[in-house]
Design a protein around this ligand. Structure first.
Ligand code: SAM
Length: 419
């Protein structure tokens, strides 16, 4: 630990756990800023930061990791759409759905939320999104709404054609989506974060808690509890799902959505997805909507609360509920453990289509796209009419740019739906 004072400052001001990014990375960030300011000793630099908000901002931009992309962890957005269609809209035709995206980084997350909501049938007057980040530079980038190809990764990219225009500067997001978002500067590590703000129905707080120290994590969970309405939904990143175990939040049984409700609530009433859009005022054209419906994989069976099993220390579960445990681990974001259990199950049940589909989903969530392709292919080999596996495979082929095989798969799915 080269700059213990510097690390203590970051811990105190932004809740950063130095172990999350490593002391070397922190030292490098400070040294780069010191070089830019032509200051050679750390004490002088630390005094300089106290007096210069601009230098503080520049340091923050050296330390943070603004990694993000559109529709990151896609299942979260699919579940959001399902919630809006089957739960929110029927009860709240004339209300405004309030959403918070923190941290929003360069805007891909809140814009993905806006696109998902429009496609689920909400009109611009039906929802309001506050998007907050500690980095002014990120927020300025977000407000331009111009992105390079790096922001479009590993997803079905049909939304790119519908909402972005290719320009010499990059992909320019359509004005009709941009004006939905209210970008603001804010620090989630502060005690009074958004104090006095009315609660939100939906909060996305993904891929920040992993960088916080334990005291800040604990405080943040209380802040999120305060900011979420009693029947609201909280989305976290897959690496953060474990943090919500034994908390005030209970997982929603939708695989890989990493969605939570306040635990005091009874079980969610969201019904399995209907492959239809719900709202008359939808801005999507019929053909667009058909395209979306076509790409929504069939909904896995809802399950009850996850079984929290540490496979390293507990007795292994019996063979019959091994797969349920693997699903529960996947829901909690414990993806390597879920894979281990799937493989163990498959070693005893070599023809389990369900296990291959789950394995493929988890591998996909981990970015192991080649492995997930093979798992879905095995599922289809065992059951050629398995629509969920076919849909996943079609989407993966599309992502690889293999439109010929993707289209063949879509046609196959369409024929199955017409039977
Ligand atoms: C990895 S990005 C996550 C973006 C997005 N939520 C996602 O999952 O793709 C992390 C972001 O957290 C922001 N950040 C770091 N510390 C913060 C804090 N204390 N309060 C608010 N934002 C913070 C950084 O500026 C960075 O843009």
């Amino acid at each position: 630990m080269k700059y213990s004072q510097a690390e203590a400052l970051l811990r105190c001001k932004i809740g950063l756990d130095p172990y999350s990014i490593g002391s070397d990375a922190i030292a490098r960030a400070f040294e780069m800023r010191m070089a830019d300011c032509q200051i050679s000793d750390i004490d002088t630099y630390l005094r300089n930061i106290q007096q210069s908000p601009q230098e503080w901002e520049a340091l923050i931009d050296r330390v943070i990791i603004p990694e993000t992309w559109f529709f990151r962890e896609r299942e979260s957005f699919k579940f959001l759409q399902q919630y809006v269609i089957s739960e929110w809209l029927p009860k709240n035709r004339n209300s405004v759905l309030r959403i918070l995206s923190v941290p929003c980084a360069t805007g891909e997350e809140p814009y993905s939320i806006a696109i998902a909501l429009r496609e689920a049938g909400l009109t611009p007057t039906n929802f309001h999104i506050d998007a907050i980040d500690i980095s002014k530079k990120c927020l300025l980038a977000a407000q331009t709404g111009i992105y390079n190809q790096y922001s479009f990764r590993g997803n079905p990219l049909s939304f790119q054609e519908r909402y972005f225009q290719a320009t010499p500067k990059g992909y320019c997001l359509s004005e009709q989506v941009r004006h939905h978002i209210n970008f603001r500067l804010g620090n989630l590590a502060e005690y009074d974060f958004l104090a006095g703000t009315p609660p939100y129905h939906i909060i996305f707080c993904r891929n920040l808690l992993i960088y916080f120290d334990s005291a800040t994590k604990e405080r943040t969970m209380k802040i999120l509890d305060r900011l979420l309405s009693p029947d609201g939904l909280l989305f976290v990143g897959h690496g953060e799902a474990g943090l919500l175990l034994n908390s005030h939040f209970a997982t929603v049984p939708y695989p890989l959505a990493f969605a939570y409700r306040k635990a005091t609530l009874t079980q969610p009433t969201t019904k399995p997805r209907e492959h239809k859009t719900a709202h008359k005022n939808s801005h999507s054209t019929h053909s667009q909507q058909r395209k979306i419906d076509k790409k929504v994989p069939p909904q896995p069976k809802p399950r009850t609360q996850p079984v929290a099993v540490n496979i390293k220390t507990h007795q292994p579960p019996s063979d019959t509920n091994l797969l349920d445990t693997a699903k529960a681990l996947a829901d909690e974001g414990r993806l390597p453990e879920a894979i281990e259990l799937c493989n163990h199950y498959l070693s005893k049940n070599r023809v389990s289509v369900e296990a291959y589909v789950l394995l493929g989903q988890v591998q996909q969530a981990m970015g192991k796209l080649e492995d997930s392709l093979q798992s879905f292919q095995k599922a289809i080999y065992l059951q050629p009419t398995h629509q969920e596996a076919l849909t996943h495979l079609a989407l993966l082929r599309e992502n690889q740019g293999d439109m010929v095989n993707a289209n063949l798969l879509w046609q196959r799915i369409q024929r199955l739906q017409n039977i």
